[in-house]
Every structure is written in structure tokens, then in C-alpha cells.
Design a protein around this ligand. Structure first.
Ligand code: SF4
Length: 356
């Protein structure tokens, strides 16, 4: 493992000096860093095995020249946020919930990020006070909104004071019952999860969920687990989201170990995302068939608690759908065949329902 650093590494030269990339790659790294934001926190730097050229942690955070190759199907806004943004800071794609994008900065910049054109120091920045007030007014005025999802960027980089203010504002909106945060912070900058931040997250009195983004079992080190325990002990419900990434977790043993580690830390695996069509990320994407095979392997080997839903955000903003394997086959005589996790087929009576 590399030596820990006190500040995030944000420049190509720092990555080389820290031994996280070889000097001969400096020029290529600088070209990528000029295009997409870079940041590696001390915690993440400490997880990287710099002697392993295929290290799965480094692959997620150290820039790669392949990011400058954009394939024809890739797009700047792969999941269509802009098409569903009625007002700055809000994405309203489904009737019962909105995204509230408080900030567009993150403690780390994932090389496969689906919002990579929006996040970073030169991205969409932080929501101004006026824009936040207008976004909260939109939520207040739209009674169908049952859940507010703070995402970004990473909302947990905001100060406890600011988060507390947002939560207090949401506390005053009766129809909002659930507040959900999507964050990498507990894993990549666990020191931020202190008492003040935990109190801020609870300030609304609503049901609070934190969806932790983690892609490899080694990300859940001792410090991260302590931070997660602070959240769970405070009554905050923890879920996880993982991005299926070639060379990182496209292996049943790795994916299974990650899911177990999450569950051991009181986190229910929620989503396994198929890689989005973000620019310069084709080297991370697997085929959907590979993802389904991984899900079959998980189902066959690991506890039901360890099963996320494999999902695809349909490009263009058409929403998220499950794309996991089906275990039902219907034969011409309407007999149903159910496949077990070893591939065996078993008939099941059709009953009175109609096939859809
Ligand atoms: S933490 Fe999330 S928003 Fe930030 S770079 Fe990673 S994937 Fe993108």
C-alpha cells in the first residue's frame, strides 16, 4: 500500500510523485486531468497497492489515457438529467421523488463517473443560496414529492451547518417523508462522518437513508467501517450502490465479497448499476450478459441479503429498469419452467393467471 497523504491529490504530477502512476505516463495523465477532474483522498491513496498494475482501487481513481477516447454511443448527459430539470438544482424524473443537487464537487473523482461533465472544480459548482431557496420552494409546492434524494456531486462534502439548514427546511414540508443521500464520503473520506454531520442528517425528523457508493471489498477498510457504524448507530438506514466495472468487480468472488462486507456493516445492497454511457468510459463497461451471469452467480452462492438489483439507466432519461436474469421460461403449452441457479429446469403449474 502507498503511504498515506494529508491532502487530496488533484494533479497529475502529485500522482506520479506519490508513486501512484509511473513517470512515463505523466504527459498522458496531464492530458486527462485537463479534461476531467482528478482527486484522490488520503484514505483512498492508502488503499492503493502501487506495485499492482491492475490494482482495482487505482483503476477507479487514477486517470487513464483511455478516458480521452469517446465512443460514438457515449454522451455528455448519459442518463438525461437535463431533460428532467425544471429548475436549477432539481431533477424531477419520477412523480414521487426529486434529486436535489446541492453541490457538484466530490472528495474523489471516479474515472467512470456518469456525471463527469458536470462535476469537479470547473463543473456546475455549488447551488447558490437563492437557487437553493427556489429548489426548496419547488419541493414545497409539489405535493406529489414524497422523497428527496440529495446527490450531486457528493452532498456529504457540504458543511454540517449547511446540511442541517437543508434538513430543517425539509422538516417543514409535510408531504416529504423520506430524505436520501447518495455518497462516497463514508468510504473515501470517513473522517467527515463526525457527530456534527450525523446530527445534521437527522435534523429533519424524516426517515433518513444514506446510499453508500462502494465498488470493491477493499474500500471498506477499518476507518470506513467505523464511519458507517456511526451512521447506523444513529438510526440512519444504510443501502449501497455499486457500479459494475470491468477490471474492478466483474468477478463473482469479488462482487460476492463486496456484498458480504456491506451486509456485515449493516448496509443492504441496493443497486448494481450497469455502466452508463459516459464519455471515455468504454474500458470500464461490461456486456449486459456478463452482468446477468454475475447476478446468477451471486444468487446461487450468497445469502439473499447480499443480492442487489442489477439496473440500467436507459440512456436519454427514460428511467431506471431492472435488467437482471429471469428465472422463468414459458413453453408453448403454457407450462411454466423455473430455472434454478445451477441451470436446472423445473415445471410449475400455471394456475389461473394469464401470461402477460
Ligand atoms: S462520487 Fe459519484 S458523482 Fe462524484 S465522481 Fe464519483 S460517481 Fe461521480
Amino acid at each position: 500500500m502507498t503511504a498515506p497523504f494529508r491532502r487530496p491529490l488533484t494533479r497529475a504530477r502529485q500522482l506520479v510523485d506519490a508513486g501512484l502512476a509511473p513517470p512515463e505516463k505523466l504527459e498522458a495523465l496531464e492530458a486527462v486531468a485537463a479534461r476531467y477532474a482528478v482527486s484522490i483522498t488520503p484514505t483512498v491513496a492508502g488503499l492503493i497497492d502501487a506495485d499492482d498494475p491492475d490494482d482495482p482501487i487505482a483503476r477507479q481513481f487514477v486517470p487513464d489515457a483511455a478516458e480521452l477516447v469517446t465512443s460514438p454511443e457515449e454522451r455528455a448527459d448519459p442518463i438525461g438529467d437535463d431533460a428532467h430539470s425544471p429548475i436549477e438544482g432539481i431533477v424531477h424524473r419520477y412523480p414521487d421523488r426529486v434529486l436535489l443537487k446541492l453541490v457538484h464537487v466530490c472528495p474523489v473523482y471516479c474515472r467512470f463517473c456518469f456525471r463527469r461533465e458536470m462535476v469537479g472544480p470547473s463543473g456546475h459548482g455549488t447551488l447558490s443560496g437563492d437557487a437553493l431557496a427556489a429548489a426548496l420552494a419547488y419541493i414545497r409546492d409539489t405535493e406529489a414529492i414524497w422523497e428527496v434524494i440529495l446527490t450531486g456531486g457528493d452532498p456529504l462534502v457540504a458543511s454540517p451547518r449547511r446540511l442541517g439548514e437543508v434538513m430543517q427546511a425539509l422538516a417543514g414540508i409535510d408531504h416529504v417523508k423520506v430524505v436520501r443521500f447518495h455518497s462516497r464520503v463514508p468510504v473515501v473520506e470517513p473522517g467527515r462522518i463526525d457527530d456534527a454531520l450525523v446530527e445534521a442528517l437527522k435534523a429533519s425528523g424524516k426517515a433518513t437513508y444514506v446510499v453508500v457508493h462502494a465498488n470493491h471489498p477493499r474500500e471498506l477498510g477499518e476507518e470506513a467501517c467505523q464511519a458507517l457504524a456511526r451512521l447506523a448507530d444513529a438510526g440512519i438506514v444504510l443501502l449501497s450502490q455499486t457500479v459494475l466495472l470491468a477490471g474492478v468487480n466483474d468477478d463473482p468472488a469479488v462482487l460476492g465479497a463486496l456484498m458480504r462486507r456491506l451486509v456485515e456493516n449493516r448496509i443492504k445492497p441496493y443497486y448494481l448499476h450497469h455502466g452508463d454511457l459516459a464519455p471515455g468510459t468504454s474500458h470500464f463497461r461490461t456486456g449486459i450478459g456478463e452482468g446477468q451471469a454475475l447476478m446468477r452467480a451471486l444468487r446461487g452462492r450468497w445469502s439473499g441479503l447480499c443480492q442487489p438489483t442489477y439496473v440500467l439507466d436507459i440512456p436519454g432519461g427514460h428511467g431506471k429498469v431492472p435488467i437482471g436474469p429471469s428465472y422463468i421460461e414459458t413453453s408453448p403449452d403454457t407450462e411454466r419452467l423455473i430455472r434454478d441457479t445451477d441451470g436446472g429446469r423445473h415445471s410449475y403449474p400455471p394456475g389461473t393467471d394469464q401470461d402477460g
